[in-house]
Write a protein that binds this ligand. Structure first.
Ligand code: S3P
Length: 169
């Protein structure tokens, strides 16, 4: 496998965990777009959303994708933030980067996983269940349009997901 492996999907679908496992199994470095932004900005994502707003954060995501496509490196695992597919420009860049895998989980699983940490400004509200459903409805066609492979993860273990991706890429 020569291309980059790119993981997209909603918050709480396991992109970072599966990214780490793929990186270990294949010996490819893991790049996490959220981690890059945090390192560049030297502050948490919630702070960026609170001070400059979502569009500024989306600009930072687009910049990270441009730098990853311009360096022409391959054989990397690239885990992305859940909203990276919102811009058409980003969807094109993601496909240029390599093989794009869309990780899918049920809204209940997403709610359960995301309520365990408070680092997600878009879900930091009293009752995020309805917001998760609305956001999924709006975003699912965009993940679909961007990805080469769809993986329903709810009934699979993380290692089954990792093996499935390696076999398909
Ligand atoms: C976001 C998802 C987050 C992070 C930011 C916005 C989104 O990443 O990029 O809070 O719009 O879905 P994870 O998907 O890794 O939680």
């Amino acid at each position: 496998m020569l291309k980059n492996l790119v993981l997209v999907g909603f918050m709480g679908t396991g992109k970072s965990t599966i990214g780490r496992q793929l990186s270990k199994a294949l010996g490819y470095p893991l790049i996490d777009t959220d981690a890059r932004i945090i390192a560049q900005q030297k502050r948490p994502i919630a702070d960026i959303f609170a001070k400059e707003g979502e569009e500024f954060f989306r600009d930072l995501e687009t910049q990270v994708l441009h730098s990853l496509t311009e360096d022409k490196c391959h054989k990397r695992i690239i885990a992305t933030g859940g909203g990276i597919i919102l811009r058409e420009e980003n969807r094109k860049l993601l496909r240029e980067l390599g093989f794009v895998v869309w990780l899918v989980a049920q809204p209940e699983t997403i709610l359960e996983r995301t309520s365990r940490n408070k680092e997600r400004p878009l879900l930091d509200i009293e009752d995020p269940a309805e917001r998760i459903r609305t956001m999924l409805e709006a975003r699912n066609p965009l993940y679909d349009e961007t990805s080469h492979l769809i993986l329903e993860t709810t009934s699979l273990s993380f290692s089954e997901i990792t093996t499935g991706i390696i076999e398909s890429a």
